[in-house]
Design a protein around this ligand. Structure first.
Ligand SMILES: *Cc1c(COP(=O)(O)O)cnc(C)c1O
Length: 406
């Protein structure tokens, strides 16, 4: 998004605001598919930014949905069940039954033996409610990467051997995701080799053909100055080579959040105070760390990719170093330490880029009872659209909001 769009957003709607570029998001998905090949499916992990869910339903092959709230967002956006992978470590029977009753999902993931039993019970109950013979419910067995998610290989194998106990389920494949912001391509190669081996073992030793692999590569995005700007095309091509080297011939779906969403968002703040104290320059902006979340706790240690947009072109004095802080009452609310700025003035804009993933939901939004930032979307066709105004949080923080107001 160019400076003019961001300046207009600030002028028309105020700050602090997020602006999400839906065209760019769409384009990133399309481009990823072009490089990886259209036989590779892309599933958008909507937890990265739920405001991109509706766009992803047009651009991607599916959405990974991890909670009843995320599912509700999909329903309102008109996302069809066949585009939804219902995921999440704690799927409750009520939610599963609701999804099954409303047209199902492309797949349900199973995170544990107990979760699998819940799925089977729900599928049995749901099939009993229909007269026509329903086909089995598609299930992806989640293989763990060594944490609370998924099941170990032994458990997955035991489940497949025991598949007769799950007559209402169809074990279509494996799901695997080992974390985000992976910078080493060699790690992805290793993971794919490992998964290829597991799939081959199941095929040969258990004589059972898993047809799908749903894999979250956790592709990385550089956030800070000085970090190498990666050649994304080169990275994707290298990744495609890894995929090509696999023995597995079934369908591969890539789950991606950060890589697709991060570059599509900017966060606009405004300078509201300037002072010099004990030899240090402080620039206070109207946003803060509660709205910004880069990966890892690197705030204030590094300089995030940003743009300084003065209201008026000044005589451009020499740059001085300013420590940029937000509007929270904690000394931790430091956005950038010693940022070189040319003569900042009240009302100037400081825009933080690459904020399209995770920042919009992962912040400590309720702290200090400040208002939520505005959310705007941008497309070339429709320009800027306000999708959420600056809602107050104080009624949440004293309980004065009533359930019937929601
Ligand atoms: C969060 C998540 C993703 C997306 O991860 P990114 O690193 O943001 O691409 C993919 N798969 C699963 C299972 C997830 O929980």
């Amino acid at each position: 998004m160019d400076d003019q769009i961001l300046q207009t957003a600030a002028d028309m709607y105020g700050t602090p605001s997020y602006v999400f570029d839906l065209d760019e998001f769409h384009q990133r998905i399309r481009h990823m598919k072009e490089i990886l090949g259209h036989e590779i499916k892309i599933c958008y992990a909507m937890k990265a930014n739920p405001f991109l869910a509706a766009t992803s339903a047009q651009a991607a092959d599916g959405l990974e949905v991890c909670s009843p709230g995320e599912y509700a967002i999909c329903r309102r956006a008109g996302v069809p069940g066949k585009k939804i992978v219902l995921s999440g470590v704690n799927k409750e029977p009520q939610q599963i039954l609701e999804v099954m009753g409303e047209g199902g999902a492309a797949a349900f993931t199973a995170e544990s033996l107990y979760q699998l039993q819940i799925l089977e019970a729900c599928a049995a109950q749901e099939s009993g409610q229909r007269t026509a013979q329903k086909s089995a419910v598609p299930v992806l067995l989640r293989l763990t990467s060594g944490n609370q998610f998924g099941m170990d290989e032994e458990t997955v194998r035991a489940i497949i051997r025991d598949r007769g106990s799950y007559p209402h389920l169809d074990f279509i494949g494996l799901q695997y995701y080992s974390g985000t912001q992976k910078k080493q391509m060699s790690k992805l190669k290793k993971e794919l080799e490992y998964l290829d081996g597991v799939l081959a073992g199941i095929r040969e030793e258990l004589v059972y053909e898993l047809r799908e692999l749903e894999y979250g590569p956790g592709l990385s995005i550089p956030y800070f100055e000085g970090q190498e700007i990666q050649d994304e095309d080169l990275m994707l091509r290298e990744f495609r080579d890894f995929l090509d080297q696999m023995e597995f011939t079934g369908t591969i779906t890539l789950e991606a959040g950060r890589f697709l969403a991060a570059p599509c968002g900017s966060y606009i703040t405004q300078v509201v105070d300037l002072k010099r104290s004990q030899g240090q320059n402080y620039c206070i902006v109207d946003g803060g760390i509660h709205h910004v979340n880069y990966y890892g706790q690197a705030m204030a240690m590094k300089i995030p990719l940003h743009r300084f947009m003065p209201r008026q072109a000044s005589g451009r004095r020499e740059e001085e170093r300013w420590t940029v802080c937000g509007s929270l009452c904690t000394s931790g609310d430091m956005l950038v330490k010693n940022l070189p700025l040319p003569d900042p003035a009240m009302g100037d804009l400081l825009v933080f880029d690459r904020i399209g993933a995770y920042s919009v939901t992962e912040g400590i939004y309720l702290f200090l009872s400040r208002r939520l930032p505005r959310i705007l979307t941008y497309t070339e066709a429709d320009g800027l659209c306000l999708v959420r105004r600056d809602l107050p949080t104080d009624p949440l923080n004293d309980g004065s909001i009533h359930i019937d107001q929601l």
